[in-house]
Design a protein around this ligand. Structure first.
Ligand code: PMP
Length: 453
């Protein structure tokens, strides 16, 4: 418990936390953040940390960008709220939709806005169902996702998420959802298997599943170009084109969930371009506003949009939308955030600072506890193992990872432990010198934990 007692007690008493062991929160109390500046945050005791996860993979421009505050204030003074129901609109949401489509070079045609990535993926599930109903294919409804994939926590998006903790005790997944193998060569590869052979095998497994289910029942395939919350899994380069070819063969829509990878995280504006994905839908959020405001976008290509437009005409409406869809304050903040990303060359910076991050972390590959180092641009993970040769995980899984997260936090570095993988995803503004400080703090923490074990 780092916080003033009364605040901590109130937090434990009155707030039910996201993704928290509520019992342990009662025993140990919260770490309450009070301020942010650049890549740093400061808690209520005054201790400063490098936010090595950019909050939740999201604060691209850092924690103290005045232009985003001003953009929100200006929009609140002009028009604090207006919706997009029943043929109404507002200026920032129009400008943002046009901007997002232009950033995809026109490969996407229209944008639909939600508050969160989860709602965006739920919206895509409903759009996929609506699309196939419009085309007179009421059986074509199943959606295939991947084990260890993360797509959110609402009922449909949690069903797409391929993590046991999001299903267990929640009566999920929904019966329409299926999961295929995670493209992680280190954990899922056969002895001696090449990246190319691994890609072939996963595409063959996808095809076998589609055939077993019946191609007339499979509507879409969803994946993050690079998996985030599942442990930062960078697929082999051969993977996406092969998976996509199988989808095209059976008229299965491709959904690229770029909630983490969008807006430069990998050193490319969108990771779909990097991996050769030509999606029918894209999900964007997080770095869209640097998380200063809750906002997500569903982008769809012309093929999909034309069908949805026609079917809404036949039915009399598109019966879906949120009070805050296209919220003008969130959209104004997103527009300013994208301007900053462009003006400051933050996509290029993710490539440059990212190269330093990857080099520093790969230098730890020979460390006795390090099984695998992986990543691209400014997203990375270091996986710890009990035995390097056999890739043997620790037993129980996650304890050493949690220990290292706590040690790093003590050393002024916030990371995320995903089982025994430590995830890195700092703000896109991070400099090369700051990456070196981050890596120094990590190395020190790793050595301290190694000595303690
Ligand atoms: N998709 C991906 C790839 C994500 O990483 C996340 C959030 N971590 C989501 C969807 C869900 O977004 P939200 O938490 O805003 O609902």
């Amino acid at each position: 418990m780092n916080a003033p007692d009364s605040l901590a007690h109130s937090d434990v008493a009155y707030q039910f936390h996201s993704y928290t062991n509520a019992q342990r929160l009662r025993e140990e109390g919260p770490c309450i953040m009070a301020q942010g500046e650049g890549i740093y945050v400061r808690d209520t005791e005054g201790k400063q940390y490098i936010e090595g996860m950019a909050g939740l993979w999201s604060v691209a421009v850092g924690f103290s960008e005045p232009r985003l505050a001003q953009a929100a204030y200006r929009q609140m003074q002009n028009l604090p709220f207006y919706h997009t129901f029943s043929q109404k609109s507002n200026v920032p949401s129009i400008e943002l939709a046009e901007k997002l489509i232009s950033l995809t070079d026109g490969s996407m045609a229209q944008a639909f806005f939600t508050n969160s990535g989860s709602e965006a993926n739920d919206t895509i599930v409903k759009m996929v169902w609506y699309y196939n109903n419009a085309l007179g294919r009421p059986e074509k409804k199943k959606i295939i996702a991947r084990h260890r994939g993360y797509h959110g926590v609402t009922v449909a998006s949690a069903s797409l998420t391929g993590l046991a903790g999001n299903h267990r005790s929640f009566d999920l997944p929904l019966p329409q959802m299926r999961h295929v193998r995670c493209p992680h060569l280190y954990r899922e590869g056969l002895p001696g298997e090449t990246e190319a052979a691994f890609g072939d095998r996963l595409a063959a497994e996808l095809e076998a599943l589609i055939l077993a289910e019946g191609p007339d029942t499979v509507a879409a395939f969803i994946g993050e170009p690079v998996m985030g919350a599942g442990g930062v899994i960078v697929p082999p380069h051969a993977y996406w084109p092969k998976m996509q070819a199988v989808c095209r063969k059976y008229d299965v829509l491709v959904i690229a969930d770029e909630v983490i990878t969008g807006f430069g995280r990998t050193g490319h504006l969108f990771a779909s371009g990097l991996f050769g994905i030509e999606p029918d839908f894209m999900t964007l959020s997080k770095q869209l506003t640097s998380s200063y405001m809750p906002l997500a976008a569903v982008l769809m290509n012309k093929r999909v949009a034309d069908v949805l437009v026609r079917h809404s005409g036949e039915l009399g409406t598109f019966g879906h939308g949120y009070t805050a869809s296209g919220h003008p304050v969130a959209a104004a903040v997103a527009l300013e955030n994208i301007r900053i990303i462009e003006e400051r060359g933050l996509v290029g910076n993710a490539a440059v600072s990212g190269a330093v991050l990857q080099r520093r972390l790969h230098a730890l590959a020979d460390h006795p506890l390090v099984g695998e180092v992986r990543g691209v641009g400014l997203i990375a993970a270091v996986e710890l193992v009990a035995d390097k040769v056999g890739h043997t995980p620790f037993d129980p899984v996650g304890e050493v990872g949690a220990l290292l997260v706590r040690q790093a936090q003590g050393n002024g570095l916030i990371l995320r432990g995903i089982q025994d993988s430590l995830a890195f995803c700092p703000p896109l503004i991070i400099t090369e010198a700051q990456v070196n400080t981050l890596a120094d703090r990590f190395e020190q923490s790793l050595d301290e934990v190694t000595r303690a074990l």
